[in-house]
Design a protein around this ligand. Sequence first.
Ligand code: BGC
Length: 487
Amino acid sequence: MIRKAPIAAPITGAIHGTPEQEAYLEKIVKQFTITPDYLEKICTHFMSEMDKGLNKEGQTLAMIPSYVEGRLTGQEKGHFLALDLGGTNLRVVLVTLEGNGKYKTKSSKARVTTELKTGPMRDLCDYIADCVDEFLTEEGLSNTDTTLFLGYTFSFPVLQSRINRGILKSWTKGFNCTGAVGKDPVMLLQDALLRKNVPIKVAALVNDAVGTLLSNAYQKPNTSIGLILGTGSNGGYIEEIKKIGKWKSNENPTSHEMIINMEFGAFDNERMILPVTQYDNKVDRQSINPHGQIFEKMISGMYLGEITRNILLDMIDRELLFGPQEGRYDCKSWSKELSGHYAFVTSQMSTIESDGTPELTRTKEALDLNLNLHAISTPESKIIKRVCEAVGTRAAHLAGVAIAGIVRHCEISPEEGTDVGIDGSLYEFYPSFEERIYDALAILLPDHKNVRKTVRLGLAKDGSGVGAALTACVAAHMEGRKKGALG
Ligand code: BGC
């Protein structure tokens, strides 16, 4: 698999800011740098929260049993539909599992507008049903006699009660549809499909982190961890059922292992340990879900640009950025675009972090084009680049804490090692995100002398779609095994 993320380019030469600018920057860098000792403290806390969540309902790390039992063989086969409702898009995917870890996909993508994200859930489900219907027609599948099985990747915190049943706990990532929290997303979707006569059975409900683990495992059987580092963040891993103290299902599991959907975006919502800054607080306070998902807000694509924007605004307010300068005029009105919520998007940070030109020409162009900020000086551009680096590095280090926490919890030795499947735009595109995760892993997993070889991070592109199809397949197998056991 080709990795597209470039390497972050270092700032060349001194910044040449004013003493006030340099002092402010130093303060920011200090606030956003997590020392090795403190990374260790966060990791230890993360692990104790994992234990709490496994043993008791209602904990900050929800540690939700996914009802996906056992491991894949790589030989799973069949045609399945997958539906992926994530952060930004809705994807309908026809997955053909061919065995030997091979698969083919055909898919269509539709944008989920803010109106749909925040309107009635019925409208969203009707829209999804229409998209599925259209896709089936395009693929010539709408008039078949057999009902297709669909795996539904629903990337929000859902307390599952079966492989295709669950209750939405809360919305995240800018979604806030009415009439959905406390309800079963599968039933709501199945109703819409029935209303529109779309011949589909929603056979499995899967979180994207769990789906990513599965899709990676299909090709790399030694995968025990799946991660999403994109618009939002989360992790899933394979747990021994005997360690899930709160597991009380009456149904006998068909394996001794089950994938856990950690919902780690909510880690430390109590703010006991994370180095939350005033800029994070501002993002949190002005978000659609204040006080929720604090870890997610410090490490995910949806929020990194917004944290950076808050720092830049603070600098502007202190007259440390974009002050009067020859050749610039009307400076007050420049920041009009920058004043809009979420105006500074994380992909701009990627452009800035990868800019290796001596005068940061690409940075200047990007800021001009996207935010109407013209005639930015080179020291100002360097300051902005340094801020991006601080915010982006903290995010990657914290993502590393989560991975190290899981590896340590599962006692994965260097001899054993593991593959880690990761999907999401941040991991795929953000410069040096992976390298920075490894820097944290090297600190937190000292036994893993060659951590790149023993904790093998890898892009699981389309993990959610293929993972949903695999879950639908696993659901069918588990059903078969249970029936077999009953005689
Ligand atoms: C959701 C998770 C999801 C993650 C990544 C979070 O906001 O709570 O369920 O896995 O985003 O999409």
